[in-house]
Ligand binder design. Structure first.
Ligand code: SF4
Length: 433
């Protein structure tokens, strides 16, 4: 039962007289409790809605094309409360954030519906058998945070006594044809080494329904008082992890024609190894997990630079980046300077004082660190930042300061660019669209 908030004018529902305030109870005899039920049952060509209006039940029949939207809008996107997680993972980044940040940043969601709709990774620990049956019935492919296939270790790592037994859901889903993308947050001394081998071996048995796996290194901030004593990866540990993954990539490639499992870019940076070629990443299926982002950026940048032509006079810019991608960004800046003598492109690595210097990625740099560390730097004509530093579709950093604050404090203009080589070169050259 969900209250209809509004009806899109001239939509199938509007043409049948459904109005704001009506309560949607069932579609084609199926109870509707959330957006998944709604999307699934409303996809049919013949749809019978059971509605309650002012306490009176009524039935509305609608004929439409398959998958055409009925035109109903609800109070929230999910038509339900967002499900929060029931774990207390030893590696949880949210538990390692400083106090006083934006409240929404502390919300721990673990909602299987958002996995299907937005690609979020879920642990399955808060799901019941009926939820799994529904995923199978609706044939929803989902993204799962597995972390380990060792039940006792999963309980320990996720601090949830059900985390081990809920592993059975992964097997059930895969055996029923559901395609799963998996993620392993790798923590030295816990699920790396032979434990990682065990997880990859077990998940490998579920291929081809395990379609991809990303292994990402744990992020360890300075805010770990009272938490499990975790350490980040050393150079040697990162190299060993890449090599373990390579053992399985070879096997999977030979047997299934795909590597399936990939270390995130961060492992190559930590191990001080070259970023693999484009072909290594196949279809970039784990791009959102930071797998292949740097290779993609580098190759796009080279292609963009090949065809770029300089127009106008001298230009001096500064790119601010995290410690780990710094050498790569320096390489790109140098290539641009070599091609364009009128260009000066400085690269400055920003130490993460906000979260601690063990955090070296660009996306977790805050405005206050930028301001403090660039105050005495000759920025030139413009400061270039990665758009991963600010909230999507906004100009707000993790510390709630804005791009405008950085511009004002540093007395400069700021331009952001996505992790895209073409956009980055445009930003460096000052090309406007
Ligand atoms: S599942 Fe674990 S890592 Fe994710 S939000 Fe919950 S406690 Fe944190």
């Amino acid at each position: 039962m969900v209250k209809i908030n509004s009806v899109i004018p001239d939509s199938p529902a509007d043409r049948k007289g459904i109005t704001e305030g009506d309560i949607l109870v069932r579609i084609n005899g199926h109870g509707i409790k959330d957006v998944l039920d709604y999307m699934y049952y409303a996809a049919e060509t013949s749809v019978t809605l059971e509605i309650v209006r002012h306490g009176e039940e009524m039935t509305v029949a609608i004929e439409k094309d398959e998958y055409d939207d009925l035109g109903l809008e609800f109070e929230t996107f999910l038509m339900d409360q967002k499900q929060s997680c029931s774990n207390k993972c030893v590696f949880c980044f949210i538990d390692q954030m400083p106090p006083g940040m934006r409240e929404t940043l502390y919300f721990k969601d673990d909602d299987a519906r958002l996995s299907f709709l937005q690609g979020n990774y879920v642990t399955l620990t808060n799901l019941k058998q009926s939820d799994i049956d529904r995923i199978i019935e609706m044939k929803l492919n989902i993204n799962v945070s597995v972390h380990t296939t060792n039940p006792e270790l999963r309980v320990k790592m996720m601090h949830n006594r059900f985390a081990g037994e809920k592993l059975k859901f992964i097997w059930q889903l895969a055996h029923n044809g559901i395609k799963l993308n998996c993620q392993i947050v790798c923590c030295p001394g816990l699920n790396d080494g032979d434990e990682l081998r065990r997880s990859l071996r077990d998940l490998g048995e579920l291929m081809p329904n395990i379609t991809s796996m990303a292994v990402v290194p744990v992020g360890v901030t300075k805010f770990r008082e009272g938490l499990y004593p975790l350490k980040g990866f050393t150079k040697e540990g990162a190299a060993e992890t890449i090599d373990i993954i390579a053992e399985f990539q070879e096997q999977f490639l030979e047997k299934f024609g795909t590597r399936t499992v990939f270390p995130s870019d961060e492992f190559f940076l930590l191990a001080e190894r070259d970023i693999p070629d484009m072909e290594f990443y196949e279809d970039f299926s784990q791009y959102e997990n930071g797998v292949g982002m740097l290779r993609s950026l580098m190759d796009e940048f080279d292609k963009a630079l090949d065809i770029a032509e300089w127009e106008g006079g001298k230009r001096h810019v500064t790119i601010a980046t995290g410690y780990s991608p710094y050498p790569i960004i320096c390489q790109l800046a140098k290539k641009a300077e070599e091609k364009f003598p009128l260009l000066q492109c400085d690269v400055v690595r920003i130490r993460n004082d906000f979260f601690g210097d063990t955090i070296t990625v660009t996306g977790l740099i805050t405005a206050q660190d930028l301001i403090a560390q660039l105050r005495d730097h000759d920025i030139g004509d413009q400061l270039l930042l990665s758009s991963s530093m600010v909230r999507r579709d906004s100009d707000v950093f993790l510390d709630d300061l804005t791009i405008g604050d950085v511009e004002r404090e540093l007395n400069t203009s700021v331009r952001t660019s996505a992790s895209d080589g073409y956009e980055l070169l445009d930003a460096i050259m000052g090309v406007t669209w």
